[in-house]
Ligand binder design. Structure first.
Ligand SMILES: Cc1cc2nc3c(=O)[nH]c(=O)nc-3n(C[C@H](O)[C@H](O)[C@H](O)COP(=O)(O)OP(=O)(O)OC[C@H]3O[C@@H](n4cnc5c(N)ncnc54)[C@H](O)[C@@H]3O)c2cc1C
Length: 407
């Protein structure tokens, strides 16, 4: 197994098990305050073992996290509810680790991992989704030279998952409209409690409002909350997007975890619903799910911290297609029952759940899987260009100043 290159020290399975033992010896993890336990887990380097020492990790191979998680789950230790803090864990953290200052890493990573602070992602805009580099939210710095002060941000973001729960956001904004669109962007950490941030719910196909539109009016961001150099935001954002695809499409799952689990369970429990045609399809999807799960495991083991390549796009593309086909099959299998939909109440959920509730929910929620984190069409473009080395799409706007682009 490849050693993680960013890990400052490394650590073998023996050390990891020993540290888990010390952590557990400090008290019954199921009895005390969950937050105290999670903080102690972070400080012991057992939060994400592949992160550097001092930042919740041991610089150990990523695969050893499974050893930690299994030992802690066996004694009923609390977890940090990854469905609630997925954007922080999967996107903000690796970006901060790669591009953040020491101060930013110390300030943000611990409460992000323990779940004390939820993060959201202020990237997409009404006119900038697949063409994210076309974004128009502006960040203008007060003062100049030695008197330069805070950044003032104005604009609108959309489809912002979990913004209603978030304390912080990763944000990209245009800082120089005179440059071509990819070059005039800067990356910030935005305080969602700033008075200029307004979050409004957007109801989605499931009836819930998991995401929001976010209006930014005169939002003040200190320069200390800039991530990466001024004008380098597109490169920093690439790290977030590449990690996002692994986070969505390559999350660790047990066998029959994910969408195939409920479909296989219905198949076993309800023999009266079976037909030979559905049997063949279910079996094919079961095998494809297992291949996707094991491929994701392999990709995760090969990843350097914070720097996945285009392979994450392949995982996410497969994940979206499988989820849609499997949830469709589950609804077909259940017939009329599958069309019943339990609850259409508009709620603003505390977490993002792809598999919850019932077959109808799974079917509807899976529609978004081929849009969120990059559409399947865009991911195919990435695979075509960066993996298969096929000719790139013509891009006539890449050398034109953003302010001169036709809109
Ligand atoms: C459930 C969900 C959660 C989301 N959460 C967040 C979030 O937290 N933060 C955030 O910033 N964004 C979020 N998004 C937004 C998401 O990233 C965008 O919706 C996505 O990037 C597509 O952008 P768009 O909606 O503007 O569609 P468009 O970019 O307008 O695309 C419309 C259609 O055209 C196709 N298309 C566009 N360009 C090309 C091309 N070059 N080649 C081929 N086909 C093309 C697309 O594939 C798509 O089918 C979320 C979306 C969903 C559905």
């Amino acid at each position: 197994m490849a050693r993680e290159k960013d890990g400052a020290r490394g650590g073998g399975e023996g050390e990891v098990r020993e540290r888990v033992g010390v952590l557990l010896a400090a008290g019954d993890p199921a009895a005390g305050d969950p937050l105290d336990f999670l903080r102690a887990q972070f400080d012991a380097g057992l939060a994400w073992v592949h992160f550097p020492v001092g930042l919740g990790g041991l610089g150990a191979p990523r695969a050893l996290q499974a050893v930690v998680d299994a030992e802690l789950a066996a004694v009923g230790a609390p977890d940090n509810d990854p469905r609630r803090i997925g954007i922080g864990l999967g996107m903000a953290a690796p970006t901060i680790l790669r591009y953040g200052t020491d101060e930013q890493k110390r300030r943000f990573l611990r409460p992000l991992w323990t779940g004390e602070e939820v993060w959201c992602q202020l990237f997409s805009e009404p006119g900038a989704g697949s063409d994210l580099a076309g974004l128009r939210t502006r960040a203008v710095r007060e003062g100049t030279g030695g008197d330069a002060g805070d950044w003032i941000v104005d604009g609108q973001k959309v489809w912002t998952s979990s913004a209603h729960n978030a304390r912080w956001a990763i944000l990209i904004a245009r800082t120089d409209p005179d440059l071509p669109k990819h070059q005039g962007i800067t990356y910030f950490v935005c305080d969602m409690t700033d008075p200029g941030v307004e979050v409004r719910p957007l109801r989605q196909i499931t009836g819930e409002a998991e995401f929001n539109e976010v209006f930014l009016t005169g939002v003040r961001i200190p320069d200390a909350h800039r991530l990466g150099a001024v004008g380098d935001g597109w490169r920093v954002a690439q790290a977030t997007l590449m990690n996002e695809r692994v986070a969505i499409g390559g999350r660790p799952l047990p066998r029959e975890g994910g969408m195939i689990g409920p479909a296989a369970a219905v198949w076993r429990a309800r023999p009266e619903l079976r037909t030979p045609e559905l049997h063949d399809r279910l079996l094919g999807l079961w095998v494809e799910s297992e291949v996707a799960r094991l491929s994701a495991e392999r990709v995760r083991q090969q990843l350097a911290v914070g720097a996945p390549g285009p392979e994450g796009s392949g995982l996410k593309l497969a994940f979206a297609g499988l989820n849609q086909r499997i949830s469709g099959l589950e609804v077909e299998l259940l017939g009329e029952e599958g069309l019943r939909y339990g609850d259409w109440t508009m709620v603003r959920p505390q977490s993002v759940d792809f598999y919850g509730r019932d077959a109808g929910y799974r079917y509807l929620r899976a529609k978004g899987n081929s849009i969120e984190g990059g559409t399947s069409e865009i991911l195919r473009n990435i695979i075509a260009e960066r993996v298969l080395a096929l000719p790139a799409e013509p891009r006539t706007d890449k050398d034109v100043a953003w302010k001169d682009l036709p809109r």
